[in-house]
Design a protein around this ligand. Structure first.
Ligand SMILES: Nc1ncnc2c1ncn2[C@@H]1O[C@H](COP(=O)(O)OP(=O)(O)O)[C@@H](O)[C@H]1O
Ligand SMILES: [Mg+2]
Length: 255
C-alpha cells in the first residue's frame, strides 16, 4: 500500500513539475530589444550642451506591441532614431539579441537597419517623383535585394493594389501613410518603429492606420514600438508606457 502511494505521489510530482516547466516555457518571452544606460546630448543654438536621453534600462519582448506616450519635445523621435541606429548615443548599449547597433560601423549599421528594422514617420517621407511601387522598392534596395512581387504584395496588404503606379501627390494623406507602411514592412523586419504615425491624419484615417499597423505586426510577428503625443492613439494598445517613466533626462533646454 505504501509503495502504491509513493508511486502515485512521485507520478503526481512529476506531472506538476512538467506542467510548471511547460507553462514557464510558454510564458518565456525573450527580450528582443534591450537598452542599457543610454545617454544622448545635443547642443543648442547658444552652443550649450543639454541632455535629451538618459535611460537606465528599457526592453521590448518578442511579439510585444508597445505604445509610448510623451509630450512634444521630450525626446521620443531621438529615442527611436537611436534605436534604429540613425543617431549614435554618447554612451550605452542598444542590443538586438547579441548585436549592439550603436557599436556597428556605419555600413553594417545601415544594412542591419534595412534588414531588421522598419520605420514609419509622422511625415511619411515618400519620394514625390516616384510611384507607390517604386517607393516600396526603394525601401527594399538597401537590403541588397530586389523583389518586385514582394513589393506588390506589401502594397496589397495595405489595401493599395490598385494604386501601384500613383505618385504621392495623386494619393490621399491616408493612402500615402499606407504606402509608407508597406515600405516599412516589405523587408519583414523584426521590429517596427512608428513615430507619431497618425499625427498628420484625420480621425477616420488615424483609426484605419493604427488597426492596419497592429494587424500587420500581429500577422507577421513583428514587434511594434510606437510613440505618440496623442492620448487616444496610445489608448488603443494593451501595453502602454509614459516616456517620462522610461527617460529620466530632464530637458532643461530646448531649441
Ligand atoms: N540634432 C539636434 N540638435 C540639437 N537639438 C536637437 C536635435 N534633434 C532634436 N533636438 C532637440 O531635442 C529635443 C527633443 O526632440 P525630439 O526627439 O524630436 O522630441 P519629440 O519627438 O518628443 O517631440 C527638441 O527640443 C529638439 O529641438
Ligand atoms: Mg517627434
Amino acid at each position: 500500500m505504501i509503495k502504491v502511494k509513493l508511486i502515485a505521489l512521485t507520478a503526481m510530482s512529476f506531472f506538476f513539475l512538467m506542467k510548471k516547466l511547460l507553462l514557464s516555457l510558454l510564458n518565456d518571452k525573450s527580450e528582443m530589444l534591450k537598452i542599457k544606460n543610454l545617454k544622448k546630448s545635443f547642443t543648442n543654438s547658444k552652443k550649450e550642451k543639454f541632455s535629451i536621453i538618459n535611460i537606465h534600462e528599457f526592453s521590448v519582448n518578442d511579439c510585444d506591441q508597445l505604445a509610448v506616450s510623451g509630450e512634444s519635445g521630450s525626446g521620443k523621435s531621438t529615442f527611436l532614431n537611436l534605436i534604429s541606429g540613425i543617431l549614435r548615443p554618447d554612451e550605452g548599449e542598444i542590443l538586438f539579441g547579441d548585436t549592439d547597433i550603436a557599436k556597428l560601423p556605419e555600413s553594417r549599421r545601415d544594412l542591419f537597419r534595412a534588414r531588421n528594422i522598419g520605420y514609419i514617420f509622422q511625415t511619411f517621407n515618400l519620394l514625390q517623383a516616384f510611384t507607390s511601387l517604386e517607393n516600396v522598392m526603394l525601401g527594399m534596395m538597401f537590403t541588397g535585394r530586389t523583389d518586385k512581387l514582394r513589393c506588390i504584395e506589401a502594397l496589397d496588404k495595405v489595401g493599395l493594389s490598385d494604386r501601384l503606379n500613383s505618385k504621392p501627390s495623386e494619393l490621399s494623406v491616408g493612402e500615402q501613410q499606407r504606402v509608407a507602411i508597406a515600405r516599412a514592412i516589405v523587408n519583414s523586419p523584426a521590429l517596427l518603429l512608428a513615430d507619431e504615425p497618425t499625427a498628420n491624419l484625420d480621425k477616420k484615417n488615424s483609426g484605419i492606420v493604427i488597426d492596419l499597423i497592429k494587424n500587420l505586426c500581429h500577422e507577421n510577428k513583428i514587434i511594434l514600438l510606437l510613440v505618440s503625443h496623442e492620448k487616444e492613439v496610445v489608448e488603443e494598445f494593451k501595453l502602454q508606457r509614459y516616456f517620462s517613466d522610461i527617460n529620466k533626462s530632464e530637458v532643461l533646454q530646448s531649441n
